[in-house]
Design a protein around this ligand. Structure first.
Ligand SMILES: CC(C)(COP(=O)(O)OP(=O)(O)OC[C@H]1O[C@@H](n2cnc3c(N)ncnc32)[C@H](O)[C@@H]1O)[C@@H](O)C(=O)NCCC(=O)NCCS
Ligand SMILES: Nc1ncnc2c1ncn2[C@@H]1O[C@H](COP(=O)(O)OP(=O)(O)OP(=O)(O)O)[C@@H](O)[C@H]1O
Length: 200
């Protein structure tokens, strides 16, 4: 039987990781694009070398070749050309690893893809779940994570609008209440996805 793959997307701080954790606790296989991006930037990876060459070793890496992610983030969130350069290096291997790691997943896979609306829906995705929170709530959560006000505004400005994202959705999870309410919403969806995944 082919894998059943659900893409989970949403704006920064909307609650994708929190929802993904509950899907994992329910037994879904979770694959996260942001985590894969971090893995690909590790020393020894081809993307690490490509990023250091493109952005300048002395600018964005330490003496051991470790990418200084906050510095790279600052650069790419304030310069669209730099962002395109980084995305051109990282997005093809991210796509390949997302697809590979979710192949054969049982009962089904949740792929956390923050930029689904920006990059387009891959043909191998069966269903799109959008998690949404009020922009004021996103800002507060990002602030709590230590991002400064300018970085928060830049980040929200370069991401797709909630309307564009919601237009892609088969399901929408409103993350407006408590973490417990979010977990209940996830468990309801899990039951539905599990049934779809196992129905021939
Ligand atoms: C820029 C990088 C080095 C910053 O790393 P850092 O650990 O500081 O932040 P983190 O990865 O947690 O991202 C912070 C927030 O920015 C969002 N984000 C990341 N990259 C992008 C991007 N190219 N465009 C818009 N939003 C982005 C993330 O989803 C998250 O909400 C890293 O995010 C990265 O390598 N991004 C490029 C790869 C990418 O496009 N990833 C998104 C998933 S496809
Ligand atoms: N309903 C909620 N109630 C309280 N806190 C929440 C709720 N949902 C998420 N959070 C918290 O808000 C923060 C951001 O959530 P999370 O990391 O899941 O967002 P995200 O969409 O994965 O963000 P990013 O794309 O930036 O990684 C986390 O600290 C998380 O625990």
């Amino acid at each position: 039987m082919a894998s059943y793959r659900v893409a989970l997307t949403g704006g920064a701080g909307a609650g994708k990781s929190a929802a993904a954790q509950v899907f994992a606790e329910c037994g879904a296989v979770v694959v996260d694009a942001d985590q894969i991006a971090h893995e690909l930037l590790e020393p020894g990876q081809a993307a690490n070398a490509a990023v250091r060459t493109a952005f300048g070793d002395d600018q964005i890496a330490d003496s051991e070749g470790r990418i200084l992610r906050p510095r790279l983030r600052e650069r790419v969130f304030s310069d669209p050309r730099a962002r395109k350069t980084l995305e051109a290096i990282l997005h093809p291997p991210i796509q390949e690893l997302m697809r590979g790691r979710s192949r054969g997943a049982r009962p089904y896979a949740v792929l956390v893809i923050p930029l689904l609306a920006e990059t387009g829906r891959p043909p191998w995705i069966d269903r799109v779940l959008v998690i949404d929170a009020e922009p004021s709530v996103q800002r507060r959560r990002l602030q709590e994570r230590g991002l400064d006000a300018i970085s928060i505004e830049r980040l929200l400005a370069i991401q797709a609008s909630p309307a564009v994202r919601r237009a892609l959705a088969d399901d929408i999870l409103e993350n407006a209440g408590s973490l417990q309410a979010l977990a209940e919403g996830v468990r309801t969806l899990h039951a539905r996805y599990q049934a779809r995944a196992t129905t021939p």
